[in-house]
Design a protein around this ligand. Structure first.
Ligand code: GLN
Ligand code: ZN
Length: 756
């Protein structure tokens, strides 16, 4: 008998119940008992769904009120000392860690591997102590058992927990804490055993990373200690192949290993050879990270031989937790039946897993109708003219090798652009969006619901553009923007106008805590039926003699923030997106727009988990960006914008994008970031953000001057632009105008010092 299980389920609830319960709780409208009841409802529904799909156990402990890493901080009593909490923390303290309080800023957040989920980063130092507060897991285990489910508790493993934390002081080695942490894990595992638990899943996804040898070596010790608790351990890794960590993982003193059979499918044969004869192998055969129906016949073709070798020791599962896909297709009433038949969210993945389990144990004939339906859906997707557009394929194939090259090198372009725009030294600009007032949001929402006629909507947006342009002119900014009032989201806005994208009504996934995003679904060859931004931008330009910068989202960012096709390489999809943007750039240029910004805030996020894979990614991502940007005249100026990432280790790749100007977020690091750009001698122009747009605080002119002086010390002053960190859509007008007035004053002060 092959067993089936999931590593975890979506935490947000079918209709974002967790989000709404949290928000009500934080507003004081729902007490703790009410919040706990809502959370319990979500868990119970998940367990029921897993049981109904025929799975052999249910995942418990995959739920979190805000974030699983934070829950482990609570579970092991290691809240950052700066909060002054004791070892036992309750929900009130838990939320303060997540959101900050009057005295302490919140724990930092960062991306969970290469997903778009953000976890809270534990803080570790030589004084960190661990005190088990088992309630954070044991209560949920009891809850599942009371409800009659066979529980398989899920824990983030001690090494992943430590590795993903940050040292509170430079040079401190988190690995030094392992011996202090392990006893707490052992006590918890013993308590689980006492509660009648047979298997515990220990997630150690850092096995898919380039691990320092000391960390890899520590796995043996870590698993050995945990095993002493007497409960069976399933060591789970996901998000990629294990490569140099594979042998380590398979030889660890645990009772089973879970491998990502989707991204790491190439390693399964090797894993099978190395797997000790007593161990369970759990194979992630369904794609837990994407929204497509898995090809069940193909999965069975690959899995049946495994079953022949392993028998009872084979478990099947999705590759990773289902928290990275939306909950269910059931509420989607607007996706057409054909497209819907190609998709599988968490509920449908569970169902597929149940089918797979039945096919393995009872033969394919036992589930013939389900397999049939799956086969038909896949065939229709493979052949659909909605997916395959011959014109797009031909255009990609015919793309010349030099289609990503500007006509002239940067120096010649810079001269042509200086002659055309005659901008002052330290030119001032913004990143694109201006405050999205309630009026703007309401107009957009009413237009979308059909309550506002198109003409009235266009008029409302034109009025907003006019306001934005008038205010920028009054402030004395040098390069203006139209303000992006018509955009709800920088990817959705373009996706809605491109062929190849679909939008769900309820396809939410957690971004962090109570925040969810609804990524577009990129299902087919991408093309641009008509111009997307030209009219708005042209209108803005008609209102002013100053240059207006056109505003586009780049191909890599669109790719990163969407669910994308699994039937062609990401690089190809990126090129298709690039060609659509290239057309838009050309139309903007033809409409007289001299400056175009192609935003790529997600450029770095696309980096593969393993460094060995970076060059290939940077190569195709860079080409995609340049294909979007390169077809313009020398005197058309291309900007790009990036934010909230570490850039220093990919500077050559950023330079290779060859944008004439890059604006980047820097004020958080007090311009330290720029040192890297200076040392690397970044060849083109740079606009380092001079103030943090996340805060309503208006920075003083002196502060911004000081930052600009720091920038001018490492970047040639003639290459410097002056701008905020990022878009201003979350701010109010009064603070925006005050901050920008100061910014312009700071730039003018710089001009007086540096003018020759
Ligand atoms: N142009 C976008 C804006 O100003 C850029 C947003 C971003 O960097 N994420 O809002
Ligand atoms: Zn930004």
């Amino acid at each position: 008998m092959a067993l089936a299980h999931v590593l975890g389920a979506p935490r947000i609830g079918p209709h974002r119940e967790l989000k709404f319960a949290l928000e009500r709780h934080w507003r004081g409208e729902l007490d703790e008992a009410g919040l706990r009841a809502a959370a319990s409802g979500i868990r119970q529904a998940n367990w029921r769904a897993q049981a109904e799909a025929g799975l052999d156990c249910v995942a418990v402990g995959d739920f979190a009120y805000y974030d699983p890493m934070l829950t482990h901080v609570a579970l092991f009593g290691c809240a950052p000392a700066r909060f002054g909490f004791g070892a036992r923390i309750g929900l009130a303290e838990y939320f303060q860690l997540a959101r900050g309080n009057a005295d302490c800023h919140a724990m930092e957040m960062t991306k969970w591997f290469d997903t778009n989920y953000h976890y809270l980063v534990p803080e570790f130092g030589p004084d960190t102590a661990f005190t088990l507060d088992g309630r954070w897991l044991l209560d949920e285990v009891a809850e599942a058992q009371t409800a009659g489910f066979k529980a398989k508790p899920v824990l983030i493993g001690p090494l992943t927990f430590l590795y993903l934390g940050k040292p509170k002081q430079a040079g401190f080695d988190r690995l030094d804490l392992l011996d202090r942490l392990l006893p707490a894990y052992v006590r918890l595992l013993a308590a689980l055993r006492a509660a009648g638990i047979e298997w515990v899943q220990i997630d150690e996804p850092i096995l898919s990373l380039d691990l320092p040898p000391a960390w890899r070596a520590a796995f043996e010790r870590s698993c050995h200690a945990q095993r002493s608790a007497g409960v069976k351990l399933l060591l789970a890794s996901y998000f990629g192949p294990l490569r140099d960590n594979l042998l380590t993982a398979l030889q660890l003193p645990v009772d089973g290993v879970h491998l990502d059979g989707v991204r790491g499918g190439g390693e399964l044969a090797q894993a099978l050879d190395w797997l000790p004869a007593t161990k369970v192998l759990s194979v992630g055969v369904l794609d837990g990270r994407n929204v497509w129906c898995d090809d069940l016949a193909a999965v069975l073709d690959r899995t049946e031989p495994l079953q022949a070798r392993l028998g009872d020791r084979l478990w099947v599962a999705p590759s990773c937790s289902l928290a990275h896909v939306p909950v269910s297709l059931a509420p989607e009433t607007r996706l057409d039946a054909e497209l819907k038949s190609w998709l599988a969210f968490a509920a449908e993945k569970l169902e597929a897993l149940g089918t797979l389990r039945a096919a393995l144990n009872r033969g394919r004939a036992a589930v013939a109708p389900a397999l049939d339906m799956n086969g038909r859906a896949l065939a229709s997707r493979r052949q659909s003219p909605r997916v395959h557009d011959a014109a797009v394929a031909a255009r990609v194939a015919a793309l010349r090798a030099d289609a990503d090259r500007r006509h002239s090198p940067f120096a010649a372009r810079q001269a042509a652009q200086r002659a055309r725009f005659a901008l002052p030294l330290f030119p001032t600009t913004t990143i694109g969006s201006f405050p999205q007032t309630p009026d703007i949001r309401q107009a957009r929402a009413r237009f979308k619901r059909g309550e506002l006629a198109e003409a009235a909507y266009v008029q409302a947006m034109r009025t907003e553009i006019e306001t934005a342009v008038r205010r920028q002119a009054a402030l004395g900014l040098d390069v203006l923007v139209h303000g992006e009032a018509e955009r709800n989201d920088m990817v959705e806005y373009f996706g809605e106008q491109l062929a190849g994208f679909a939008f769900s009504q309820n396809g939410w996934v957690q971004s962090y805590g109570s925040r969810c995003v609804k990524p577009p679904i990129l299902y087919g060859d991408v093309s641009r039926p008509r111009p997307m931004t030209v009219e708005w931008t042209r209108y803005a330009q008609s209102l002013t003699g100053k240059p207006v910068k056109g505003m586009l989202t780049g191909p890599v960012t669109m790719l990163q923030w969407s669910f994308v096709r699994d039937d062609q390489p990401r690089a190809v999809t990126a090129l298709q997106l690039a060609l659509a943007i290239r057309d838009e750039v050309a139309d903007l240029e033809a409409a007289g727009i001299g400056i175009v910004q192609i935003d790529e805030p997600a450029y770095r996020e696309g980096l593969p988990l393993r460094r060995a894979d970076w060059p290939a990614y940077l190569d195709w991502a860079g080409r995609a960006f340049r294909v979007a940007a390169a077809a313009v005249r020398d005197d058309t100026q291309i900007h790009t914008h990036m934010c909230y990432s570490e850039f220093n280790d990919i500077l050559p790749a950023i330079a290779a994008m060859d944008a004439d100007v890059i604006t980047i977020e820097t004020s958080r690091s007090d311009m330290e970031l720029l040192r890297g750009f200076g040392e690397f001698a970044y060849p083109n122009e740079i606009g380092p953000g001079v103030y943090d747009i996340h805060s309503p605080r208006v920075p003083s002119v002196e502060e911004m001057r000081r930052l600009l002086d720091k920038a001018a010390a490492v970047i040639p002053p003639g290459h410097l632009w002056v701008n905020p960190d990022c878009g201003l859509k979350t701010r109010d007008w009064p603070e925006t105008e005050a901050a920008l007035a100061g910014m312009v004053a700071a730039a003018r002060a710089m001009r007086r010092v540096y003018a020759i």
